[in-house]
Design a binder for this molecule. Structure first.
Ligand SMILES: [Zn+2]
Length: 593
């Protein structure tokens, strides 16, 4: 036997699942999914088939013909969960597993009506990355294996269900007061891209192939915010080839969603914090859209090669932004990424093995390894390759890479081999081995500069000697310019300086969460009391990990702010996603005692 992924029980010597047919009931009262998963194998199988499960109660397993299949759930392993071993009778093509999820399933967040914009109906959404699909479905939960799927989701009236798949109609449910929504996903996906949501939903078309879904209270604002998405898709197509998933829909979730966006194919899941009214945070959409090629089409074989997904996508995102808004915008985006990278190196330490691109995650929970490093160090490696090869040649290489590996899952080593084949000598000339296997940042990392960036960082550096930007100029700054400036302002600050920043930027009243949270982070680190109410508001309403981590970390500097942080977390915890809780708890645990 050989395991193909340190985070899965999937075994190379066993049959591969090729298709999944799911028929489940979404029980909002008990907070469980129950029903049946039918797995179709790539060929007739026999003997052991190991599947990943976590928290699933397995009721029965049977072949297509109804023969009971012996099964055994192994003991729980801390990161992986429980191996479900089926013993398939000779000639098995399909097995049906009747099962139920646990109310604690990490992949699912069940929201009370009070946590939604409408306030009247519950809401459910899934987040399977990195290895949480196994809390939802018994399957080979590794990105090395792809499946197509069909699904029937039964929800109580008046809710509706959506999936990262093609809608295939709906019908009255098996019980009065329920409705069953049908889906078909013809393109094979890795398990972490399986996604569903259910709630009171409305939709608006953005173009013939793009639509935004959200709660009815939010959908009009969302449609205005994302009106430019078709132009973005066309720009991405000019760079990376025809859009391969037919539709590009967006789902705006309630604010507890732990990520900015999740690139579920055909339907990106988004935090509502990207809705600012001025379209200034649509770079999150550029990122998720870019995943349609890098990540979803060409996928990392395991989480040890996550930089292939995120580094390529962050580089692609900035190419889309550059094509849409010019080089200056892209440089500011690289600069904002540089700050995130610096914080990630501080968090792990530059010598940590988690600062390598190609990681060794045996015994490591991928959620603990998650950071900006695969995104920002990875994208810098791509940018270095682009500069060394020249843009035209590198763009041709990227096109060939996407064509060669579409609908497959690859390793870092396979990427390098392909690079050597298509652009011989390039990987050696940029010391690719060091980029992949060494900790910290290689000395030949590309630098992104512009006059505007130097002005802003120079101005921020002179903050300490009392230099302040001219208020009339500040009023004309773009949100990215303001963010770069604020990120470079030193901290902690005296109270008077915090008040000065507030009068210049009005960050307490900001609707743009990037600026709001950066301002609040400065205030938190400075123990500046006038911001406490707003800090509490934000932390009680938003579950996006990108904001929780720095804000809770900044509250760790003073006894008074530490007490505030603990008090806020006690109140916010029930509203946070399980992933967000882990981030906050590890941040609070690092506070000085
Ligand atoms: Zn991404």
């Amino acid at each position: 036997m050989s395991r193909i992924d340190p985070h899965s029980f999937a075994d190379d010597a066993q049959p591969r699942v090729r298709r999944l047919d799911l028929d489940v009931d979404l029980d909002f009262d008990r907070r469980v999914l129950s029903g049946e998963a039918v797995l179709t194998l790539a060929g007739a199988g026999e003997g052991p088939l190991d599947l990943d499960t976590k928290g699933l109660a397995i009721r029965t397993v049977a072949t297509e013909g109804g023969t009971a299949v012996p099964f055994e759930l192994a003991d729980e392993e801390p990161i992986l969960g429980r191996r479900l071993r089926l013993t398939l009778p000779s000639g098995t093509r399909r097995v049906a597993i009747r099962y139920e999820t646990s109310p604690e399933a990490v992949a699912l967040q069940w929201l009370d009506p009070a946590q939604t914009a409408g306030g009247a109906h519950p809401f459910l959404y899934s987040q399977c990355q990195a290895i949480h699909a196994r809390t939802l479905i018994p399957l080979q939960d590794t990105p090395a294996i792809r499946v197509t799927y069909g699904a029937a989701l039964t929800v109580p009236d008046p809710l509706s269900a959506v999936m990262s798949a093609g809608p295939a109609g709906d019908r009255p449910g098996p019980r009065p007061g329920t409705r069953t929504f049908l889906f078909e996903m013809p393109q094979p996906i890795p398990s972490y891209l399986f996604a569903l949501a259910a709630g009171r939903l409305a939709a608006r078309d953005l173009s013939p192939r793009a639509r935004v879904h959200a709660e009815p209270e939010v959908v009009e604002t969302a449609a205005r915010e994302f009106a430019g998405v078709e132009e973005m898709i066309r720009t991405a197509e000019r760079l990376f080839g025809p859009y391969p998933w037919e539709r590009y829909d967006l789902l705006v979730l309630p604010p507890s969603f732990p990520y900015g966006g999740m690139e579920n194919p055909r339907m990106t899941f988004l935090t509502p914090t990207v809705i600012t009214g001025d379209r200034s945070l649509v770079d999150v959409v550029a990122h998720e859209l870019a995943h349609s090629w890098t990540g979803n089409l060409v996928t990392n074989a395991t989480m040890e090669h996550f930089w292939l997904n995120e580094g390529a996508t962050t580089w692609a995102e900035r190419r889309i932004l550059e094509a849409l808004h010019g080089e200056e915008t892209a440089v500011l985006s690289w600069a904002i990424g540089e700050t995130a990278l610096k914080l990630a190196f501080e968090r792990f330490g530059v010598d940590s093995p988690l600062t390598k691109l190609r990681t060794d995650l045996k015994g490591v929970d991928p959620d603990d390894a998650f950071s900006s490093i695969p995104y920002e160090k990875g994208s810098r490696f791509f940018a270095l390759l682009e500069r060394a090869a020249g843009r035209e040649r590198f763009d041709r290489f990227v096109g060939d890479y996407i064509d060669r590996f579409r609908f497959t899952s690859i390793t870092s080593e396979a990427f390098l081999a392909f690079l050597d084949e298509r652009l011989p000598g390039l990987s050696a000339s940029v010391r690719a081995g060091e980029w992949l296997s060494a900790t910290g940042m290689p000395s030949n990392a590309p630098v992104f500069r512009s006059t505007r960036l130097e002005e802003l960082t120079g101005l921020a550096a002179r903050f300490a000697d009392g230099t302040r930007p001219d208020p009339a100029a500040v009023a004309r700054w773009t949100p990215s310019e303001t963010l770069v400036y604020l990120q470079h302002v030193p901290r902690p600050l005296p109270g008077a300086a915090c008040a000065g920043l507030e009068s210049l930027f009005g960050f307490l009243g900001q609707g743009n969460h990037e600026l709001l949270v950066e301002g609040l982070t400065i205030a938190a680190a400075s123990d500046w009391e006038p911001a406490f109410v707003r800090i509490r508001d934000v932390l009680l309403s938003v579950g996006r990990m990108k904001y929780l981590r720095p804000l809770f970390k900044a509250l760790g500097g003073h006894p008074r702010t530490r007490a505030l942080a603990r008090e806020i977390y006690a109140a916010a915890r029930p509203r946070y996603h399980a992933l967000s809780r882990r981030v906050v708890e590890s941040t609070l645990a690092a506070y000085p005692t």
